[in-house]
Design a protein around this ligand. Structure first.
Ligand code: ZN
Length: 434
């Protein structure tokens, strides 16, 4: 229904990541807006601006942060570190500062990764009034005593928290919520991979006229964006039938899925099923109250059926939150594979429904009804088709959904759905409204 993905799809996804990569994203500010503007060229995004000082759940929207320039000069006037080389060099939300510091004082403001001396860490200090720089540890090796000239030309003024939203209405009120965070500067896997995959999925669904579910896409700064959205939608989050937080989908690790807090909802079962049949080596992770925005969606007051789909898990790979999470760390093939899996997951949610057999007394004859002929959407060997037909006929008692049948028979959902479609055509199944 959503079409298979083309051979150059991975490259296109990678190109979009490359275009978004240099934009200086943060929790607020110009980088988030320009990122949403690029996505807005493809999707009719609705842009929300939540003013600084707004109370959202237990949090307050902070001042808006902008960077004009930031650098440190060595005592001899040469550049030690400059924000224009990479937005990672400035600690996120650094307060303005201008002055000269002796080396010992300067070191208090420098963040490095001694265990990975050639890379720059990605660090933020959203809720404390400090300034700092992040740089490769190896650059500290030859620092001499003397006065270092520091410039942190930033502004923190009343502004907005910005996020983008897109709703694609379906036949049912129930919503599928797809979210990706848009607050990290210069991090390709975490989370431009999630951003471009959410956008690619939205583009496909927008072009698909007969949507069963309503799809809501959210491109929002991590934590506070989700919290602002939840605050705004407190009274209608019950419409969320299923949801996925997308992050880290371009690295070479096998796919992974973190279950929702509820653990066995439709989305949990759908992803587990697709990964089991389509992604050997993939991992299923239990819920934990740490990680990305699933923390907010699965907080106990909301307890939404939202899981997290990714590949490498945050904190488990050394490139995480460093300058090594760059364009070379995400691959077109992995991006394409992740999109293909996402399309299969959504296809399952769209097609999963419940039937009742019209011939439950003894097995109906299948051959004379032409059930083995014709070309369906899924190519199957005759033996596989026969097993699928028998399972569907047997379990179509008005209680079991197609996913129930696929799980119990251990057959791929696509085969079960294809068998059901043939049986409906032959008049042996009728749809049951659940
Ligand atoms: Zn992150």
């Amino acid at each position: 229904m959503l079409d298979e993905i083309g051979s150059d799809e991975g490259l296109r996804l990678h190109q979009l990541i490359a275009r978004l990569f240099p934009l200086p994203r943060s929790l607020t500010g110009a980088g988030v807006r320009s990122t949403l503007a690029v996505l807005g060229e493809r999707l009719p995004l609705e842009i929300h601006e939540v003013p600084s000082g707004t109370q959202v759940l237990d949090w307050t929207v902070p001042l808006e942060w902008q960077v004009l320039s930031a650098r440190i000069l060595r005592p001899d006037g040469s550049i030690l570190v400059d924000w224009t080389d990479s937005p990672l060099h400035l600690l996120g939300y650094s307060v303005p500062f201008r002055g000269r510091l002796p080396l010992a004082d300067l070191l208090q403001h420098l963040h490095t990764l001694p265990e990975q001396p050639s890379v720059t860490p990605y660090r933020t200090a959203y809720y404390s009034s400090v300034w700092g720089f992040c740089l490769p540890h190896e650059r500290l090796a030859d620092l001499r005593e003397g006065e270092y000239e520091v410039l942190v030309d930033t502004t923190l003024v009343p502004g907005f928290l910005t996020y983008g939203e897109l709703v694609l209405p379906g036949q049912e009120d129930g919503e599928v919520l797809i979210t990706a965070h848009v607050c990290h500067p210069a991090q390709a896997n975490d989370n431009l991979s999630g951003v471009v995959l959410a956008a690619a999925l939205a583009e496909r669904l927008a072009g698909f006229g007969r949507r069963r579910w309503t799809y809501r896409f959210l491109f929002a700064p991590g934590t506070l964006g989700a919290i602002a959205w939840l605050d705004e939608h407190r009274d209608d989050v019950h419409r969320v039938h299923a949801g996925l937080v997308l992050t880290g989908l371009g690295d070479a690790s096998p796919p992974s899925y973190k279950r929702s807090r509820r653990g066995n909802t439709h989305i949990d079962r759908a992803v587990a099923h697709v990964l089991r049949h389509e992604a050997p080596g993939s991992r299923l992770l239990p819920f934990s109250p740490y990680g990305y925005d699933e923390r907010q969606f699965c907080s106990p007051g909301f307890n939404l059926p939202v899981g997290r789909f990714g590949r490498g898990v945050h904190g488990e790979y050394p490139e995480y939150h460093t300058s090594a999470d760059d364009l070379s760390f995400v691959g077109p093939d992995q991006l394409a594979d992740s999109l293909s899996l996402l399309i299969k997951i959504v296809g399952l949610l769209e097609r999963d429904c419940t039937y009742r057999s019209t011939a439950p007394y003894g097995e109906p004859q299948l051959g004379p009804r032409g059930l083995y002929r014709g070309t369906g959407g899924v190519a199957m060997k005759r033996a596989d088709l026969e097993m699928s037909l028998l399972w569907v006929l047997n379990l179509a008692d008005g209680e079991n959904s197609l996913l129930d049948m696929a799980e119990r028979s251990d057959l791929p959902f696509t085969q079960v759905a294809e068998a059901a479609a043939r049986l409906v055509e032959a008049g042996l199944l009728i749809d049951v409204l659940v």
